[in-house]
Design a protein around this ligand. Structure first.
Ligand code: C2E
Ligand code: CA
Ligand code: CA
Length: 701
């Protein structure tokens, strides 16, 4: 589309000349609109319904306005439209003034020719197009710079600010207009928190080194009002066309949130979520540092491994919320009872590890341990519950019990387990032979997990004898664990572990089924009809499924309950007498027999035990052992025998090893006995042979 050129010329003959000259080189790329008044021209320029005027030719001799006044009005109406002034030679000074006020150029009308006019017009249009393109380019840069999330500041070579985008305005607190021309360091104030003395000026560096430079990590920007934000940035030099540095530009953004997030993540990675105490990771760090520090000064430090006694019980019975609150209180007391320089960490669960960073001697650690034991044993008030706890502690000393963090903590842990074995609520120092014990325990524990599935258990049987006739009156089933490559493991070794790990319940169920099946087989084979006794531990007795399990096994094996006997210890009965009585009643109602095992080693209060529906007492083998050599033991045996009789209970002596013991028991009128003197526990088939030959000899007698 052709461009429109406005010709403002009052003199009609002059206008005709100009139009004629323009026509000589018009290839259709423009049209001329001739207007004779200033007012008419202003109307045309402002008329948005018509074509935009691309250029104005103006002769300032006009009827309705003074010369320069006319120019100003036209120029203001359209400041971006190029204007060429046509002037007579005698008014050249006015034409010059018009150029100063914004006209692009002027030509004198006495020299007007088509060549001159065409050149002037082409120049005007080209420059206008360039200006437009530049404007658009600048506009685009401006919009871009204001819409990116990064802040941008540029400076000249002297380091004075030449530009700020909107984000930079917000972040520095400086308006662009105020900042322009000021030294960069006034507007952009940063400090390196890690190294506050060190002044950083990335812009100067970028210009000096003539390359892009990044800011040191951890820098903060100080806003004009003093507010501080973490930033990350880079500065780059600006070059002119010849490649010379003329300034620099800096792009930066706020990383306060990102940095806070990183810090939080690192905090979380090093602290326990519940108590906010250092966790295992951070403890290891601190411990390693502390070791390095004391090594140099040839000092000691101590690691205390603290484990809450029976915490699981609290959690299970009162719930996790209360458990968590209790752990928080414990953590608080631990922190309150060590020095500021010590570290209390939570390893997870109810385990805490304390690093005492400086102890002169092992006794100092013992003092701290005692203080902690005392502090933790005071009652806790947790959500309307009054709770009391104890803890078991193990102590490892550097360098005696280990020279690295891991070994020290591990050995303190081992010592803690010993404190548990030692009756809880105490502390133990690590001793080097503990490791062996701990290792063995651990291997037993992991072996036990698979023992049932791998059919590694078997039952041995030991007869109970009538001491008068030496006839077999019963059998006790005793479990054996045949560990591949290890031989037989005796129950004393693994039953306590099985009890602690809960494996005892399925193991006990297996024993019950196996013993019942065996007893029924002997009955089926017409061997002497004797009851089989099995040992029940406290954990089994408390398990809800115990009574239904017994009922199910009896049904499954077809054994009459009168051939089944249970051996229980006093301690097992006393743990929860009320519910135990109910369990025992249920067993009695089925027709089974109940024997009190290891009698004499526990409460031994028969008047109290009267409440339990038991049939027999088993005198503990420790008294039988001393029967012929120790008057005290002999007295106890005689007392138990008499007590049993007066309560109508059968009495059995266990651990009978010699003929003298047998005779002494007979003299006391103890009816039954069991022990190596008669027979060691043996496998089922061997026991069957023994049963057979015994019934033959006793029948013959
Ligand atoms: P307990 O119930 O007191 O069993 C008697 C223990 O004395 C058995 O040891 C037996 O072998 C041993 N013994 C028998 N005669 C003599 C003797 O003349 N002299 C000496 N010094 N000892 C004799 P064992 O078989 O090692 O069992 C140890 C304990 O393990 C048992 O003590 C019992 O408490 C427990 N136990 C055994 N089997 C089972 C089981 O199936 N379940 C449960 N829960 N505990 C069991
Ligand atoms: Ca027993
Ligand atoms: Ca016993």
């Amino acid at each position: 589309m052709p461009q429109t050129i406005l010709l403002l010329q009052y003199d009609a003959s002059k206008a005709a000349i100009v139009q004629e000259l323009l026509a000589t080189f018009n290839d259709g790329s423009f049209v001329i609109e001739w207007i004779r008044s200033c007012a008419g021209s202003l109307d045309r320029l402002n008329d948005r319904t018509k074509n935009v005027i691309a250029a104005v030719f103006i002769d300032l001799v006009l009827p309705d306005a003074k010369e320069l006044e006319a120019f100003d009005r036209i120029f203001q109406a359209s400041p971006h439209t190029p204007i060429l002034v046509l002037s007579s030679p005698e008014r050249e000074d006015i034409a010059e003034q018009a150029v100063q006020r914004g006209a692009q150029d002027y030509v004198l009308d006495d020299r007007l020719d088509s060549h001159l006019l065409s050149k002037a017009l082409r120049n005007m249009l080209e420059r206008a197009a360039n200006a437009e393109a530049l404007f658009i380019e600048k506009e685009r840069a401006q919009v871009t710079l204001n819409s990116i999330g990064d802040a941008v500041i540029s400076t000249d070579i002297a380091g004075n600010v030449t530009y700020l985008n909107q984000v930079a305005e917000v972040m520095t607190g400086w308006r662009g207009a105020e900042a322009l021309g000021r030294p960069f360091s006034d507007v952009f104030r940063i400090i390196d928190r890690a190294n506050p003395e060190h002044a950083v000026d990335p812009m100067a560096m970028a210009m000096r080194q003539n390359k892009t430079v990044g800011l040191t990590a951890g820098c903060s920007l100080i806003r004009r009002d003093g507010f501080e934000s973490a930033i990350e940035d880079s500065a780059a030099p600006i070059h002119d066309r010849r490649g010379e540095v003329t300034g620099a530009v800096m792009v930066f953004h706020d990383v306060t949130e990102a940095r806070a997030m990183t810090q939080r993540m690192s905090y979380l990675a090093h602290h326990d979520y519940l108590t906010e105490l250092p966790n295992r990771l951070l403890l290891n760090d601190r411990l390693s540092q502390a070791i390095a520090a004391v090594r140099r000064h040839q000092q000691r430090l101590a690691v205390l491994f603290v484990d809450v006694d029976r915490f699981k019980h609290i959690n299970d019975s009162l719930g996790h919320t209360i458990g968590d609150q209790l752990l928080l209180s414990i953590a608080g007391r631990l922190v309150a009872n060590v020095r500021k320089t010590d570290t209390v960490s939570r390893q997870g669960g109810d385990e805490f590890v304390i690093l005492l960073s400086k102890v002169a001697q092992a006794e100092d650690a013992a003092l701290s341990a005692n203080k902690i034991l005392a502090a933790l044993s005071n009652p806790y008030r947790v959500m309307e519950h009054d709770l009391q706890i104890t803890v078991s502690m193990g102590i490892g000393i550097y360098p005696d019990d280990g020279t690295d963090a891991e070994t020290l903590v591990k050995n303190a842990d081992t010592a803690m387990l010993h404190a548990k074995d030692n009756g809880r609520n105490n502390f133990q120092f690590f001793k080097s032979d503990m490791n062996e014990h701990a290792l063995e325990r651990q291997s037993l524990e992991s072996g036990l997990r698979y023992a049932l599935g791998r059919r590694e258990f078997e039952l041995h049987y030991q007869p109970k004898m009538d001491l008068e006739t030496e006839a077999i009156v019963g059998a006790e089933a005793l479990i054996r664990w045949r560990q591949p490559g290890q031989g037989i493991v005796l129950p004393e070794k693994f039953i306590p572990i099985a009890e602690q790990c809960g494996y005892i319940v399925p193991i006990g169920r297996w024993v019950l089924r196996e013993a019942c099946r065996q007893a029924q087989r002997w009955l089926d084979a017409d061997l002497a009809p004797i009851p089989v006794a099995i040992n029940i531990s406290a954990v089994e007795l408390r398990s809800k499924d115990f009574v239904p399990g017994v009922r199910a096994v009896l049904q499954e094996t077809g054994l009459d309950a009168r051939y089944l006997e249970f051996e229980l210890t006093e301690t097992a009965l006393m743990q929860d007498p009320a519910s135990t009585i109910a369990v025992l009643r249920a067993l009695k109602d089925m027709g089974a027999q109940l024997t009190l095992d290891d009698f004499g080693t526990g409460y031994s209060s028969l008047s109290y035990l009267k409440r339990f529906p038991i049939d027999a007492l088993k005198i503990d083998k420790s008294f039988v052992r001393g029967l012929c050599t120790n008057a005290g033991d002999a007295n106890i045996v005689s007392a138990v025998v008499n007590m049993g009789k007066s309560f109508g209970l059968r009495v059995i002596a266990e651990g009978v090893e010699t003929r003298e013991q047998l005779l002494a028991l007979r003299a006391q009128h103890c009816a039954e006995g069991q022990g190596y003197y008669f027979q060691e526990p043996v496998a089922a088939n061997e026991f069957a042979q023994f049963l057979e030959s015994n019934s033959a000899t006793t029948a013959a007698a």
